[in-house]
Design a protein around this ligand. Sequence first.
Ligand SMILES: [Zn+2]
Ligand SMILES: [Zn+2]
Length: 398
Amino acid sequence: MVKVSIEQIEKQLGSYLKETYKHLHEHPELSAEEYETQAFITKELDRMGIPYQKMAKTGVCAVLEGAEAGKTILLRCDIDALPIDEQTGLAYASTKPGVMHACGHDAHTTIGLGVLSVLKERLSEWKGTVKIMFQPSEEVQPGGAKPMIDEGILENPTVDAGLCLHTNPFLAPGKFEMRKGYMLANTDRVYISLIGKGGHAAAPQQGIDAIAMAGQFITGIQNIVSRQTSPLDNAVITFGTINGGTTSNVMCDRVDIAGTVRTIRTETQDKIIAQIEQLLKSVTDFWGGEYTYNYSKGYPASWNDPELTDVVATAIQTAFGEDKVVENEHPYMSGDDFSVVAQAVPSVFMYWGTGSDEKENFPWHNAYYHVNLEALKYGVATAVESITALLQSEKVGK
Ligand SMILES: [Zn+2]
Ligand SMILES: [Zn+2]
């Protein structure tokens, strides 16, 4: 196993990591448009002398072989940004109005390059192959993981295990969160229209009020999670938009509602899909209206292989201390298309502490989101320890 200390990484790579992060943060690109980011990554790989292949249009797979043949571990680093106008006021804030790295994918890309740099320098200390999956389009479904898998990233050589570190602004640098089993949720989208009949607002009996139907539907829908699913089974239904009507004295003839449904278990997901439709039917029957219903399944829930989670947690605890790993009691209700990798090969997804003590931390996808630059070295060191522990574990590639 490659032994690295935080001090070594700081000395060797501290300013490289910060400068790389700042550059990527200043130059964010939206999903599937990461051409400059791809060029930056390949320029760094050329400089380091690491072979790579461009994949899925704007993605890159870097392949580093150790001193001897062995297992193959893949580290996923997503590279895309979000359509958000950055408000952090940082000196290295986005130079592109309306585009911002507000999910930390710039930090993921940075540690991918950092890990390659460390492993390249210590080629004699490990055996096997490391693939870094610089993945585009995580933020927009159907995602960039599947196209990279379709183009063969898990083959030649065959990947034995997958690993992913995601920034977490609510966790201190040096700490990592993970759990065995489900780590992230099914993230689905739902689009509904309730269709009534227009008329004079003073004569409601002549029309069909789509706003009244929507009110009943929205009140009813919260009974699904509170009354129809187990309190011990994680599920969330949230509507993020509702639109309808034109003016105060005209009866609204149509309301459009869009939201998200998050579940862990497939059975619960299927039950909610059916129950939303049942409620739509009963509400529109009562009012004499109609509906359209479009349920779109998104990224599947992400599963952490229990044995490999143990291997990774033990490696981090041994290298950096018992208290560095936080075991999550529950899965997160957010999603990530790393789950597609996790469905194909045994994998571990963990959160990586990137919060700050000195200023307020904001959630992912917020215009004030920021990453503590001091966290970068912990990300690299932990990824190196985890990858090399997996490379030599008997539990991998069984
Ligand atoms: Zn995100
Ligand atoms: Zn993300």
